[in-house]
Design a protein. Structure first.
Length: 90
């Protein structure tokens, strides 16, 4: 389980989150009807500006396929670093 907050927005807008494996999430969300599943809260939970910015950012990641683009750029950067290391005198 990974908890994150504040730094995700550079501390400017209050936003936080939790990331966990499906099995862990499913275990926490299963229980008696009268029990709150995974009772928790974040810094300023549900802050409307933070949530709007987060949704807009996720939409942008999807529209511009930024994760695939980052993967391609990572390969290009790795190749450039490899070439630079081969060319530099030791």
């Amino acid at each position: 389980m990974l908890n994150f907050a504040k730094a995700i927005t550079n501390g400017v807008i209050p936003l936080g989150g939790v990331v966990c494996r499906d099995a862990l999430f499913d275990a926490m969300m299963t229980g008696p009807e009268h029990v709150i599943e995974f009772f928790h809260g974040y810094t300023y939970s549900g802050h409307p500006v933070a949530c709007a910015a987060a949704i807009a950012t996720l939409d942008l990641y999807e529209e511009e396929d930024l994760f695939a683009r980052a993967g391609k750029m990572g390969v290009a950067l790795g190749d450039a670093m490899h070439s630079a290391l081969k060319a530099s005198p030791r």
